[in-house]
Ligand binder design. Structure first.
Ligand code: SAH
Ligand code: SF4
Length: 361
């Protein structure tokens, strides 16, 4: 019988499986505590479970994390890990240390089916969805690196998680939802829901459910104020245009000034960065508790755009700020190791590709 990975199984699934295995139900809580509070990597470490119980567990399950195929550190402290999964597929995870927090940017898919024209990941075809184990595993690997077990009460290297790595999380909803429920479980990794931000390019039919079931913070990749331009930058807009997207945002459960939606807006020189567009933006989102995150475009090899000038970015930010919205400009982090927003792509694909092109040359 092939063993299954116990990481990434929901509490409900474990309850059902333990009944099948003849294990008492209180074992679920014990095992959960060892896995997600203490971060143990084998069943023998679970010392409050007698040997026969541990044997049943190890005959049925493995405790498997993604393998770190490559680790890179930026001069600014950002770290990027290329993680390899059991079928040799790969995805990237990035850690961004800041003064008051540490943010882990995780991936939800290998590649992406969407083809946003400014995004490096979008040039890589979707290979597959990540499983809940692989999504939770990214956080566990990062915690291993920082030796952040057991779950600390106070300061953490990983205090925030953003689903802003590779992939469109709302196109892998079930696995993302299971993973988020594990990450926020108070008896384990215990991340606050509010400190998890899910970024979507605008999968309108899933937005309400995401707010209702998961209660995480929502970020919307808006990037343009007309359908004409957004169709080009974010092709999903042809399916779900701006009006429908903003209507879904207005309906997002539990919005308030303390729980605002983040609109992400990538600054592309001469494309979407005029003051007139800034004015249109604040009109569009009127009435939605929001903040606007201006993201300087991060270039990647062969990218068709340039980043807006610092003057254009501050003029844009000024309009947004005067309209009463926080408008932080996202400081690019880890650009030197291609770890910044939109630069992720499986390193192996890049190497294989460049190998092909050098072979072809
Ligand atoms: N697929 C989701 C989440 C991953 S992308 C989404 O699109 O929202 C995370 C953020 O990085 C998005 O706002 C995306 O638009 C932005 N991004 C993509 N490519 C970028 C680039 N080259 N420079 C700056 N930001 C980029
Ligand atoms: Fe996919 Fe997001 Fe990149 Fe668009 S921006 S291609 S949705 S990862």
């Amino acid at each position: 019988m092939t063993k299954i990975n116990i990481i990434g199984q929901s509490r409900e699934a474990l309850n059902a499986q333990f009944v099948e295995l003849g294990l008492p139900s209180f074992r679920v809580q014990q095992v959960w505590n060892w896995l997600y509070h203490h971060g143990v990597r084998n069943f023998d470490a679970m010392t409050n479970i007698a040997a026969p119980g541990r044997e049943i567990l190890s005959n049925f399950y493995t405790i498997e994390r993604p393998h770190v195929a490559q680790a890179q550190a930026s001069t600014d402290g950002t770290q990027k890990w290329l993680l390899r999964f059991s079928d040799n597929q790969e995805a990237e995870t990035v850690h961004i240390p800041e003064v008051d927090r540490g943010t882990l940017c995780i991936s939800s898919q290998v590649g992406c089916t969407l083809t946003c024209s400014f995004c490096h990941t979008g040039t890589q075809m979707l290979v597959r969805n990540l499983t809940s184990a692989e999504i939770v595993g990214q956080v566990m690997v990062a915690r291993d690196v920082f030796n952040e077990w057991p779950t600390p009460i106070g300061n953490r290297h990983i205090s925030n998680v953003v689903l802003m790595g590779m992939g469109e999380p709302l196109y892998n909803y079930e696995n993302v939802a299971t993973a988020i429920k594990i990450l926020t479980d108070e008896k384990g990794i215990n991340l606050s829901k509010r400190k998890i931000t899910l970024s979507t390019s605008g999968v309108v039919p899933m937005i309400e459910q995401c707010g209702r079931d998961l209660g995480v913070s929502l970020a919307i990749s808006l990037h343009a104020v007309t359908d004409e331009l957004r169709n080009e930058l974010v092709p999903l807009n042809r399916k779900y245009p701006i009006k429908e997207l903003l209507e879904a945002c207005r309906q997002y459960p539990n919005l308030s000034n303390a729980r605002r939606i983040t609109f992400e807006y990538v600054m592309l020189k001469g494309v979407n960065d005029s003051v007139a567009e800034a004015r249109k933006l604040v009109q569009l989102i009127k009435g939605i508790p929001a903040k606007i995150n201006l993201i300087p475009f991060n270039p990647w090899p062969g990218s068709p755009y340039e980043c807006s000038t610092p003057q254009a970015i501050s003029a844009f930010a000024e309009v947004v700020y005067r309209a009463g919205y926080a408008s932080p400009v996202r400081t690019p982090r880890g650009r030197d190791i291609l770890a910044a927003c939109g630069q992720l792509k499986s390193e192996s694909m890049r190497q294989r590709k460049s190998k092909c092109s050098s072979e072809a040359a």
